[in-house]
Write a protein that binds this ligand. Sequence first.
Ligand code: SF4
Ligand code: SF4
Ligand code: SF4
Ligand code: FES
Length: 347
Amino acid sequence: MVKLTINGKEVQVPKDTTVLVAARSAGITIPTLCYHPRLKPNGGCRLCVVEVKNIPRLVSSCTTPVSEGMEVQTETARLKEVRATIMKLLLSDHPVECINCRATDDCALHELTMFLEVHENEFTGERRKYDTRDGNPFIERNMEKCILCGRCVSVCEEVQGVGAIDFAYRGFKSKVCPPFEKDLDCEFCGQCVQVCPTGALLGKMWDRGLRLGQEKKAVDTVCTYCGTGCNITLNVQGQNITKVTASERHWNEGWLCVKGRFGYSFVTSPERLTEPLIRKGKELVEVSWEEALDYTAERLKATKEKHGEDTIAGLASARCTNEENYLFQKFMRGAVGTNNVDHCARL
Ligand code: SF4
Ligand code: SF4
Ligand code: SF4
Ligand code: FES
């Protein structure tokens, strides 16, 4: 363990902890933008700078390891001024159109601008202008709002193992994009959208949720697509799902696949089956559950009597619960009398 003081308070943390993590463990807030607890720190935004006794320059707390006897200050007037200047420089090349931005209620840049009390900006000048069109079906990429924090690049490489995007060009022209600036063509897991601290990356299907007077709710549930059972959060307004997010506090740590994150429009599809259907002639006809179950039982019984139980097979689904799949195989083995049981999880 290493002992240090932060704002005069004694803190003890394991060796190799960063100053940022040590401060947070002591309940001390240091603003961050590029840091993400599940990604390697890259020290890109400099918002987390702190003062360390006997080091003349400011150091980024997210990349600096603690050392024995270190004396750290996180809230001096100098730091406040430097952080406000960093924020102003970021905003000087950002279209500050928060009132029209779809990320406005979930934007760390916006939140920190308020936290750092940056109300005016003396820095003006040229701004990056990019075409926001990207023909991919899932992710809207507005690189004028990108602050080059690098979180999306890191998550795609470190968590997803895909490496579909990276920094291109240098200096003012630096940009995060797919190879040769083509349309994004990847797994569309949306981890990059999840970690983006601005409105640069959004789900194309997200609902703007502009319904006056309808309550907004966040409903934790489980993705129904496969047996992995990721936890998801439905962001709901009235009867509409506005977007799906995932919380870091659940076992899947906020990560999802394309289906769980973006494939939710089926919930309100008018084509969803609500009653059993039986084919009568060429037509599929709605029937009651009693009729459908009697029909199925009769057909299974007749087939078994005429051709034997091993001419029957049962296909279940990885989308069912363990309990449902257990009951299904029990039914096939116990009632029908066959071991021909399989399921559809061929991802
Ligand atoms: S959607 Fe997933 S695979 Fe595609 S760029 Fe984002 S993180 Fe990478
Ligand atoms: S797109 Fe978002 S996550 Fe990626 S570098 Fe830009 S601001 Fe950061
Ligand atoms: S479909 Fe994707 S998000 Fe849903 S449970 Fe399976 S892996 Fe998780
Ligand atoms: S949060 Fe430490 S440099 Fe960005």
